[in-house]
Design a protein around this ligand. Structure first.
Ligand code: ZN
Length: 199
């Protein structure tokens, strides 16, 4: 996996190591920040959950950094797909949580299933696929499956996407771990379609 990611970013690791798992950090392709390449890194999963929950992504109010930390360290959540099988009773049993807020969280998670494709794509944290690229993909392909079956040349030729994101999308979906995540999200009933254009 490390080798695969190193090739993906064609970048060398920085001198910094991840405080949570000890892996060498890589420069992030989406920002100036660094990035832990270990898919099982608890810090990475925590940050992913917080990103997933933001209003401009999947919009899950209540899923903040503190709760993300609890969900990951308790072993309840290992990736965003597991949010959709989370039970209110499991959340309520965490220290400092109660049935009422747990119920609100699970409802917010269920509501997030309807978020349109552009937000889902942004939430997946595919390198080089930021909000603007996600929007361009949704506009052009309308369905998630059409994005992943388009192939690199068609993706790269899409206005607002470009070669880096196209290559990254093809490689991301080429990883069986990611394909399994997509199938779990599908099974959980997430919306794989773009918001219809309003006229
Ligand atoms: Zn790490």
């Amino acid at each position: 996996m490390l080798k695969f990611l190193a090739k993906l970013f064609a970048a060398t690791p920085t001198d910094q190591v991840c405080a949570d798992c000890g892996s060498k950090l890589f420069p992030s392709p989406n920002s100036a920040a660094t990035y832990c390449p270990n898919p099982d890194c608890p810090a990475r999963v925590r940050r992913w959950l917080v990103h997933w929950a933001t209003p401009e992504v999947m919009n899950v109010p209540g899923l903040d950094a503190a709760l993300a930390e609890q969900l990951v360290s308790s072993g309840l959540i290992r990736d965003v797909g597991e949010l959709y099988t989370l039970q209110a009773a499991e959340v309520a049993a965490l220290p400092g949580r109660n049935p009422a807020t747990a119920e609100l969280l699970v409802t917010a998670i269920a509501t997030s299933k309807a978020r349109p494709l552009e937000h889902l794509l942004h939430g997946l944290e595919i390198p080089h696929v930021d909000a603007a690229v996600a929007q361009a993909l949704a506009r052009q392909f309308f369905r998630l499956d059409a994005v992943f079956s388009a192939g690199e040349p068609k993706l790269a030729a899409t206005p607002g996407v470009g070669p880096d994101a196209a290559r990254s999308l093809v490689r991301w979906y080429g990883d069986p771990v990611n394909r399994r995540l997509i199938e779990r999200l599908r099974k959980a009933g997430l919306n794989f379609y773009a918001q219809p254009e309003r006229s």
